[in-house]
Design a protein around this ligand. Structure first.
Ligand code: NAD
Length: 499
């Protein structure tokens, strides 16, 4: 689908994409596909004020009614899945299947949120006092600030928005400066869903556009009690302290350095397929991409050979083409960072397969690379930082405990997996002394989480949780209420306080 057709199908105004200050570059060929306007400080101020006003009304709407807007929005996403998925491909360079998959993730979380709108359960707690009832309830908290990264330009916003809105909050979204057109499209679809449902405070969903500086204004604002920020650990290091200093709450979803352990009992065919999808899918630009592999020495050679064969057959191509499995990196800077990491690996004596630029003649202004395998022969530590590119570092191991120690010996803690047919190894990996990540899988790769579970990670990944399970509690405030229906005034802990 061409840009003009996508824009027409999504009903976007060409004039909004024609002459703004922010050029949007498609990583597919390096062409400018639009120029959008960054928000001014005054526009951000107005957006936050409008969201605050909308919150005052929205928090009193019964939660199942709030679910209506998300149900209609989800239905509309089903209708717009093809063009929106195609726009994700154009703006991020993801292959079509992954662009569509991202929109499906939005649809899934809408379904989840609609059900949730009838299940925002509190609890009744046994009181120690006679004829007293103690309970815990969850209330809307205020406008939620959402900052999102380029690599999941629409799903992450939707995870946050679908939950925040059924929880009774308004939202203010600052998408990545690299992907503002998908944001404009989502905002439009959401606004139409609000109109269709009717009687919804107009300021419920706000969009502000621009770079880190624009995001910083949102982060610093006292009227925004929760900032949900997805991006690099460097971004989290800046955002977290600012929110904490004003006693706000942050949900931080930051970088990963995810690993797979393959034991001697593993089904190697399954392992190879999962590692391949995890390491080269989205050109290694997922927070959950597989970046490290620990292979038991008994199967090391077979596994590495199978991976080399598989890597040889990967189709690297323009992601619009039906057969492409790996599209481009986001830009030249990402390419340079990848090359620096490979140079360092070479200097450290590692064996490197792949990693070079390809399709340069066809796409001189885009950065397609062959995914790289890095065999690390001697090591004391494993690679400590996230390079947002398709590099897989491979380490041999002998004892599982040693592999788990090395697996955990990194600053990040997002996703992890073990491939094994030994129940003791599987249980050890998922136990309290196993993987220290927020996601620990068995016989499934590190990427491609379902929306039903809580998503997020520990350590420098930020500790935030989004999406399923009870992540909704992050968008609400908790109140504990004790009601005395006796005619006495007994004090807690049996304290006597008589005149
Ligand atoms: P980035 O950190 O460069 O930018 C992310 C967002 O933060 C952008 O919208 C940016 O404008 C904004 N931002 C940056 N500094 C800011 C500041 N000081 N104040 C306010 N806003 C600021 O990340 P990116 O390159 O867009 O995305 C890639 C990174 O995101 C990777 O590290 C990846 O692992 C991570 N990521 C994490 C998750 C997760 O759920 N854990 C999901 C997707 C991406």
């Amino acid at each position: 689908m061409q840009l003009e057709e996508i824009i027409a199908k999504l009903g976007l105004e060409n004039s909004h994409l024609a002459d703004g200050d922010l050029a949007v570059v498609s990583p597919i060929n390096g062409a400018v596909i639009g120029r959008v306007n960054s928000s001014s400080a005054r526009q951000i101020e107005k957006a936050i004020a409008a969201a605050s006003l909308a919150f005052e009304q929205w928090r009193s709407v019964p939660a199942p009614k709030r679910g209506d807007v998300i149900r209609v929005f989800g239905d509309s996403l089903r209708k717009h899945k093809e063009p929106l998925g195609a726009l994700v491909t154009l703006e991020t360079g993801k292959i079509q299947q992954e662009g569509l998959g991202e929109v499906q993730e939005m649809i899934d979380i809408c379904d989840f949120a609609v059900g949730l709108s009838r299940q925002l359960y509190g609890r009744v707690i046994a009181s120690e006092r006679f004829e007293h009832r103690m309970s815990e309830t969850w209330h809307p908290i205020g406008p939620i600030g959402i900052i999102s990264a380029f690599n999941f330009p629409v799903a992450v916003w939707c995870w946050n928005t679908a939950l925040a809105v059924v929880c009774g909050n308004s939202v203010i979204w600052k998408p990545s400066e690299k992907t503002p057109i998908t944001a404009l499209a989502c905002h439009k679809i959401f606004s139409e869903a609000m109109e269709q449902v009717g009687d919804i405070p107009g300021g419920l969903s706000q969009l502000i556009i621009g770079d880190a500086e624009i995001g910083a204004q949102l982060v610093a604002d006292n009227r925004v009690p929760v900032i949900s920020a997805t991006g690099s650990t460097a971004m989290g290091r800046e955002v977290g302290p600012v929110v904490a200093a004003r006693f706000g709450r942050s949900i931080l979803e930051l970088g990963g350095n995810n690993a797979v352990i393959v034991t001697s009992s593993a089904n190697l065919d399954m392992a190879v397929r999962a590692i391949l999808f995890g390491a080269v899918g989205t050109a290694g630009q997922r927070c959950t991409s597989t970046r490290r592999l620990f292979a038991h020495e008994e199967i090391y050679d077979r596994l590495v050979q199978a991976l080399k064969n598989a890597y040889r057959n990967i189709r690297i191509d323009n992601p619009i083409h039906e057969n492409a499995l790996v599209g481009p990196l986001i830009n030249g800077q990402a390419f340079d960072t990848m090359q620096k990491a490979l140079d360092k690996a070479a200097a450290d004596g590692c064996d490197i397969t792949g990693g070079e630029r390809v399709l340069e003649d066809e796409y001189p202004d885009a950065y397609y690379v062959r995914p790289a395998l890095v065999e690390v022969r001697t090591f004391e530590q494993t690679v400590q930082n996230e390079t947002f590119a398709p590099i897989l570092y491979i380490y041999p191991y002998r004892e599982l405990q040693e592999a788990i120690r090395l697996h955990n010996d990194v600053p990040q803690g997002l996703s992890s997996a073990i491939f094994t047919n030994d129940i003791r190894e599987a249980e050890q990996f998922t136990s309290s002394v196993g993987s220290d990540c927020g996601i620990a899988n068995v016989n499934i790769g590190t990427s491609g989480a379902e929306i039903g579970g809580a998503f997020g990670g520990e350590k420098e990944t930020g500790g935030g949780r989004e999406s399923g399970s009870d992540a909704w509690k992050g968008y609400m405030r908790r109140a504990t209420s004790t009601v005395n229906y006796s005619a006495e005034l007994p004090l807690a802990q049996g304290i006597e306080f008589n005149l």
